[in-house]
Design a protein around this ligand. Sequence first.
Ligand code: IPE
Ligand code: IPE
Ligand code: MG
Length: 254
Amino acid sequence: MANKYDLLLESILAQPKMIPKHVAIIMDGNGRWAAMRDKPRTAGHEAGVRAVKLTVEAAMELGVQYLTLYAFSSENWKRPRSEVAALMSLLSRTTRRELDELIKQDVKLITTGRISGLSIARRRVLADAVQKTRNNRGLVLNLALNYGGRTEILDAVKAIAHSVKAGLLDVKDINEERFAEFLYTYGLPDPDLLIRTSGEKRISNFLLWQTSYTELYIIDTLWPDFGRNELLEAVADYQQRDRRFGKVDSKKSG
Ligand code: IPE
Ligand code: IPE
Ligand code: MG
């Protein structure tokens, strides 16, 4: 007999138009997960890798096209040096270990953020994975690394100012679409659904421009405990929403 979540999957897939094209996740709560087990915070980060794998697989099962994971914020450098080093090491180890699997799954890996702020060794591992998956046609897995929303907007403003100064862009041609072309996320649709785990009700400098009309979903589950069932529940919840974009109720007005 089909279990509860297989039935949920079936009902989600029955509404293909309401499957989010782009899901973004603030993967939070690793430290608290570890503390509950009297383990060091880094054990929580290690445990979070399993949740990433389960989430990537479930996103593919659902037909989500873009999955953006907030893996390291520009503010996370302020953590103890040992934790930053452990996170960076985990990032390259995991990328290297999972590369074959990503290729097999037809996943295209991309990154968003100031990658130049990472060490050359880490950049090499990432660049290799990005390069080897660049022609893949399945899920686009976007890792937000050394990412900060305000910095991204400022970087765009600076690039635009340079373009104007160089005579390549006219001020009167700057509109929302044009502006978005200067963001790190150029080419990606805005997230339809933003999930944050561990119950914190804040954006923490994530995709400030891109989430203006994103549906928010916050759950208390800590990131290492997140997986297929939780993603299915989030997407099912999303399917009940009425996205109005400032207009009147679309379900009532037709
Ligand atoms: C999220 O878990 C992982 C990163 C920010 C890299 P945290 O490390 O923030 O876990 P908590 O919030 O302290 O529980
Ligand atoms: C947001 O989590 C950043 C990532 C998940 C990478 P934080 O744990 O850093 O956010 P705050 O500090 O609680 O706002
Ligand atoms: Mg946190």
